[in-house]
Ligand binder design. Structure first.
Ligand code: CA
Ligand code: CA
Length: 248
């Protein structure tokens, strides 16, 4: 709208300016060529002056109207911008509030889930002697899978460090074989605890064990033979039950 009115003013101004310039040129030519026509020249000057006042009278209302319209347009634009900004700010505030509620709810859900999982996992473990053990008699895993499973439960494969711990756990065993954390994967014949990273401290081997059959027995199981549980080195990839241990 601003461009439209400016165009009209420009055309009117250009026409008036062009006409006045033509008149001046014509008068100059008449004065220089024929003094007998000076009277007509004066009339042209009067006509130019009259036209200027006329054009001013015509343009002024248009200018005022244009100015008023422009103010109205500016006011509307300002109002629309203000309304749009307010709407955007409200939307942003609502989104922040919703996000905060969602974040708090998610944190609470995660905390509840972790607490529930801890309770569930801890529920698997029984206090035997001075430690807590989970004796799995259902799932058969290889030694590496069993170690991973115990880690998932927040513990590690059982590290029976004394005769007392061995005897206490043995009383709760029902399956034939379970994985413990002892292995000689690092160096043949040197048996380490996976839990401590140090050499295992207690062994109750079967007679003739460890024998590293096939040069491929690097993990240790507790195994029942003739109603007696004892240790045997065996292929780590065979699947047995397992015993996990954790601190409360
Ligand atoms: Ca071995
Ligand atoms: Ca063996």
């Amino acid at each position: 709208m601003r461009i439209y009115f400016i165009a009209i003013i420009a055309v009117l101004t250009a026409d008036a300016s062009s006409e006045a310039s033509d008149n001046r040129e014509l008068c100059k030519y008449i004065v220089e060529t024929d003094y007998s026509l000076q009277q007509s020249c004066e009339e042209l000057r009067q006509l130019e002056s009259t036209c200027g006042r006329y054009c001013f009278k015509v343009v002024k209302p248009i200018l005022e109207h244009t100015r008023a319209l422009q103010k109205q347009v500016d006011l509307n634009e300002t109002r629309q911008k203000s309304e749009s900004i307010n709407k955007l700010e409200n939307i942003e505030r609502l989104l922040h509030e919703k996000f905060d509620r969602l974040e708090k709810q998610t944190k609470q859900n995660l905390e509840d889930a972790n607490n529930a999982r801890k309770c569930d996992d801890m529920g698997l473990f029984d206090k035997i002697g001075d430690k807590y053990y989970y004796i799995d008699t259902v799932t058969r895993l290889n030694w590496f899978e069993a170690a991973h499973r115990c880690h998932e439960l927040g513990g590690h494969l059982a590290n029976l460090q004394t005769r007392a711990e061995f005897d206490a756990v043995e009383m709760h065993l029902i399956s034939t074989s379970y994985w413990l954390d002892i292995n000689d994967l690092g160096e043949e014949g040197e048996f380490y605890s996976l839990a401590t990273g140090r050499k295992a401290t207690f062994f109750k081997w079967y007679p003739g064990e460890p024998n590293n059959v096939g040069d491929n027995e690097d993990c240790v199981q507790i195994r029942k033979v003739d109603e007696v549980y004892a240790l045997n080195d065996v292929d780590c990839n065979i699947k047995f039950n397992y015993i996990c241990e954790k601190q409360r």
